[in-house]
Design a protein around this ligand. Structure first.
Ligand SMILES: Nc1ncnc2c1ncn2[C@@H]1O[C@H](COP(=O)(O)OP(=O)(O)O)[C@@H](O)[C@H]1O
Ligand SMILES: [Mg+2]
Ligand SMILES: [Zn+2]
Length: 512
């Protein structure tokens, strides 16, 4: 007898509906699986057969053919085990046809009949809802993750037996739970707060501007000055994620297998801080079965590169594409995968190998050493960093003073206000970006017009700073954000002057 079960395949960020067709016929016993499958999928036959046996179900010797359609998309992973098993049981008449109508099934089986967790349950359930399905049968461990999507009943099965019980409509003590246990978001330790940072007024101001316009930022300063401390606090002043962003970011984490019982839905801005020994692949993603890289897991949040010159140049250069396109494409024989990667790049670095340049009383490095160290950050990457700020050594009295610094919540209020202005300007108007950092050259003319006084200042700066066209536009984008923080529609001289200062701080280290 022939049966069809609906499941899904994850292709990049998309889910394709997959029909798992099972045919069981008299004849020479055997098991054949077709439909453009990767190795793990082909092995499903063995896993399913043994899992069924160990769940107390014996399959008569028959010729079993499984086809996963459509045939033109490559299917990877082990999530087809459960639908194949259910398809076989349906063919054998263990369950009724009605039991599998309007249900999506996905899950891996282990030999003892347990249902193991899989990647991508959140986008699978989303797809099920989109296509009008009413129920999803998923591994118990993924149930809460799927239950985030309303309007679809998500059933978790810990074993093949439980799944079967549910589909047969049997009540057993160990019947699978239908009701979600509530969406869990990780109870993380209290987020670090800007009020804990003494002094550093200038750096804090730069960070606020960067957060308000989603500008890439480089923090330069001696060891122990608080660069890492500052960077870690940036997500706390970014505006909250919108519901759509939460779903998108959570989907990325779901297909990466990073949602679990601790955290089933991402509600906070990501902060990713890869070690400088990270490979290009871990950073931008890839692998035989492509998975999102760290840059994608930082989507809508902060990608922090601490000790930036220590990263391999090749690795840093891999960030050019996401910095430009806000997404990452991975080409594979099985198809092209695209993952979003719209992050705020925050870099931190010592100014020289010993860390104390330009303090010539303490710096022990030769000029050649310094140049070499700084050149680890290549022009193309430097070109995409909107702002540089020096983080200087804090004075003792700033560490001991009783008055607490401004809290993250209070800084965030201003950031949100400035974002609101940007949203009013760009939102829903087809510009393709939401923040000043995304302003195109064409739109800069429209939104960053300068009056005579400001033009004069820009002219002088252009000559003295030897600006490139790129540098010129970058300054205007930052100036636009400073004006927005100041609630000014016009970019005024003081806004421009401040934007220029973040350029000049970088120019001390690089001639560009
Ligand atoms: N401005 C500051 N206020 C309070 N503590 C600070 C400050 N700057 C540095 N510290 C302390 O020094 C430690 C080292 O700071 P860190 O951020 O790691 O420096 P860097 O990354 O610049 O080398 C921090 O963990 C913190 O305890
Ligand atoms: Mg550090
Ligand atoms: Zn030095």
């Amino acid at each position: 007898m022939f049966s069809t079960i609906i499941s899904g395949a994850i292709c990049g960020m998309n889910v394709m509906l997959v029909h798992v067709e099972v045919d069981m016929a008299q004849g020479l016993p055997g098991f054949m699986m077709v439909g453009y499958l990767s190795g793990e999928v082909k092995e499903a036959g063995e896993r399913v057969r043994v899992a069924l046996k160990n769940s107390g179900i014996s399959i008569p010797p028959m010729r079993i053919t499984v086809n996963l359609s459509p045939a033109d998309i490559r299917k990877e992973g082990t999530a087809f085990d459960l639908p194949v098993a259910v398809g076989m049981l349906l063919s054998l008449g263990y369950i009724e046809n009605e039991a599998v109508s309007d249900i999506m099934i996905a899950g891996e089986l282990s030999l003892d009949g347990k249902v193991n967790p899989i990647k991508g349950v959140l986008p699978l359930v989303r797809k099920a809802k989109e296509t009008g399905m009413k129920r999803c049968l998923v591994p118990e461990e993924n149930r809460n993750e799927g239950a985030v999507i309303s309007g679809v009943e998500v059933i978790g099965a810990a074993t093949l037996k439980e799944a079967l019980c549910y589909l047969k409509g049997e009540q057993e003590e160990k019947a699978p739970k239908k009701k979600p246990a509530g969406n869990k978001t990780k109870k993380r330790e209290k987020a670090p707060d800007f009020s804990e940072i003494g002094g550093q007024t200038a750096a804090k101001r730069a960070v606020e501007i960067a957060a308000a316009g989603f500008h890439n930022l480089l923090l330069i300063g001696p060891p122990g000055s608080g660069k890492t401390m500052i960077a870690k606090r940036i997500p706390g002043i970014l505006p909250p994620l919108t519901m759509d962003e939460r779903l998108e970011v959570s989907s990325l984490y779901s297909i990466s297998g990073l949602l679990g019982s601790e955290e089933t839905f991402i509600t906070r801005r990501p902060f990713m801080s890869p070690h400088h020994t990270a490979t290009a692949r871990t950073l931008v993603g890839g692998g035989r079965i492509p998975r999102p890289g760290i840059a994608s897991l930082a989507h809508k949040g902060v990608l922090f590169l601490d000790e930036m010159p220590e990263f391999g140049q090749h690795v840093l250069d891999m960030l050019r594409q996401p910095l430009e396109d806000k997404r990452i494409n991975i080409a594979r024989i099985g198809g092209n995968y695209t993952y979003p990667a719209d992050f705020m790049l925050v870099g931190a670095m010592n100014p020289c190998p010993c860390g104390y340049y330009p303090d010539m009383n303490r710096c022990r490095c030769s000029l050649t050493d310094i140049k070499k160290y700084q050149s680890h950050i290549s022009g193309p990457i430097l070109d995409r960093i909107d702002m540089c700020t020096e983080v200087s050594q804090v004075a003792m009295k700033e560490l001991t003073q009783k008055i607490k610094g401004e809290t993250s919540a209070s800084i965030r209020k201003r950031v949100i206000k400035a974002r609101k202005r940007q949203e009013d300007r760009y939102g829903g108007k087809g510009y393709g970006y939401e923040c000043n950092a995304g302003l195109t050259v064409k739109d800069i003319r429209k939104f960053c017009g300068l009056d005579e006084k400001e033009l004069k200042l820009m002219e002088r700066a252009f000559a003295t700073l030897q600006l490139s066209a790129r540098g010129y536009y970058r300054i205007l984008r930052v100036a636009r954000t400073i004006a927005d923080l100041d609630e000014s529609e016009k970019i005024k001289e003081i806004h421009l002057a401040e934007a220029l200062s973040y350029r000049m701080e970088g120019n001390k280290y690089w001639e560009r």
